[in-house]
Design a protein around this ligand. Sequence first.
Ligand code: GRF
Length: 202
Amino acid sequence: KRVVAFISGGGSNMLALAKAAEAADFPAEIVAVFSDKADAGGLAKAEALGIATHTFLRRDYADKEAHEAAILAALEALAPDLICLAGYMRLLSGTFINRYEGRILNIHPSLLPLFPGLNTHQRAIDAGMRLAGCTVHFVTEGMDEGPVIVQAAVPVLPADTADTLAARVLTVEHRSYPLALRLVAEGKVRMEGGKTVTSGDL
Ligand code: GRF
């Protein structure tokens, strides 16, 4: 399966996917990395792996529609089977999502449906959670609310700060996203009727 990864920042999740995809038996390849930020650290990581990169700066386009139209045109040429949002900090329009319905994945640093949105680690600490973690889900129009594919939990420790918890969650993000992509690329997990459907033995 052909995958285009979308980043806005460091791209550690994109890198985890690219590294996993280097395995001969991995059922997907990252054919390009798209960024909406010219200074995204992930761009250099992708280029170091020989993966094509494209940057689409929002300010280069009159409005959101034009920005997305440019991205969609570039996607048409690449004909990806799947899109993996990996630290991409921009909401996709319903038009975009419908174009790739059931074929866009995202990773969110909380155990959804708890803590959608930003600052998830501080919110988990403030709420007194003893568990935190990440969720890989199919992208639907609502933010961080699509059907879940993979989740992983980590302990919240008494001395944790948002930064120490974020670092612990990242370690399981980097295992969860490749697992989720494998399951979807192999057809073992798919989205149907707005739900995650699993076939065969996981
Ligand atoms: C990660 O916590 C990820 O879950 C969130 O952004 C953070 C940085 O991701 N989406 P990355 O290092 O850019 O992949």
